[in-house]
Design a binder for this molecule. Structure first.
Ligand code: ADP
Ligand code: MG
Length: 256
């Protein structure tokens, strides 16, 4: 039995404009400590999938289990990171990371200090979000999500709003955190290089309806080099998958 088990998952949105099948027959098994990236065109259901795993959407058919327990709603064993850091502007970095807990509690204070070191914000513990760069703010958000030792960390295009250099740095920060904590992660991205650079396995999704097209195991050791030949081969392999879908869509439109 896998650590995270998704089977026969279907999701349809009912709205005034009609029905949208966002996910169709999703199956995915994730091992404890695995880092999975999910890539696919806009609207293929990546965010919907993460929301369902997070327990934020229970109006679904199929099964999602974490550590043998069916996901029935949000809980502290699932951490979520959005594209924007969503920090409280009136709290310092350390208070944001502590979230509902008080820093007067010695244990909490220790844990927050540890996390601040992990995300390399040592000098900014007392700073306010407005004093942070985008990358720093996102690091604070990651630390906050790790405070409760989640079993699974779900990241929805967490570096999508960052410039290329910061983004690349954040990928290394995330890998460093993952190598130290071995938290199971599901990371959604639009960026093929980011998907290959981080993942044990890349899940390729396609749209209409959102489904898994292929899962690619990336067997390269870390740290990876984006200019390496084997890296480029993975890039080509994933690009080919997307081209396949484009062709299918053309056939679809032509009514063949
Ligand atoms: P992605 O994150 O891959 O861009 P989403 O998961 O946000 O895609 O959306 C998948 C599909 O479901 C899209 O067609 C989107 O329009 C639709 N959808 C998402 N959320 C809702 C909603 N709350 N109501 C109706 N349709 C939705
Ligand atoms: Mg999305």
């Amino acid at each position: 039995m896998a650590f995270l088990e998704i089977s026969h998952l279907d999701k349809t949105f009912h709205s005034e404009k009609g029905e949208v099948q966002a996910l169709k027959d999703i199956h995915l098994d994730v091992e404890n400590g695995e880092l999975i990236t999910i890539i696919g065109p806009s609207g293929c259901g990546k965010s919907t999938l993460l929301q369902i795993i997070a327990g934020l959407d229970n109006d679904v058919a199929g099964i999602v289990k974490i550590d043998g327990k069916e996901v029935k709603g949000p809980s502290i064993d699932k951490g979520f990171i959005f594209q924007e850091p969503r920090l409280f502007p009136w709290h310092t970095v350390e208070k944001n990371i502590a979230s509902n807990f008080t820093l007067r509690n010695k244990e909490v204070k220790e844990k927050v200090k540890e996390l601040i070191e992990l995300v390399k914000l040592d000098e900014f513990a007392k700073a306010y979000p407005r004093e942070l760069s985008g990358g720093m703010a996102q690091r604070a958000a990651i630390a906050r999500a790790l405070l409760r030792n989640p079993k699974v960390l779900l990241l929805d295009e967490p570096f999508g709003a960052l410039d290329a250099f910061t983004r690349s740095h954040m990928q290394d920060v995330l890998l460093d955190i993952w190598q130290k904590n071995r938290t199971t992660m599901l990371f959604v991205t639009h960026d093929i290089d980011e998907a290959i650079y981080l993942a044990d396995r890349v899940v390729i999704m396609n749209a209409r309806p959102g489904s898994i097209q292929k899962v690619v195991k990336i067997g390269l050791p870390h740290p990876r080099k984006k200019s390496n030949k084997s890296f480029q081969e993975f890039r080509q392999l994933i690009l080919n998958e997307f081209e396949k879908t484009d062709e299918l869509e053309l056939i679809d439109r032509a009514g063949i």
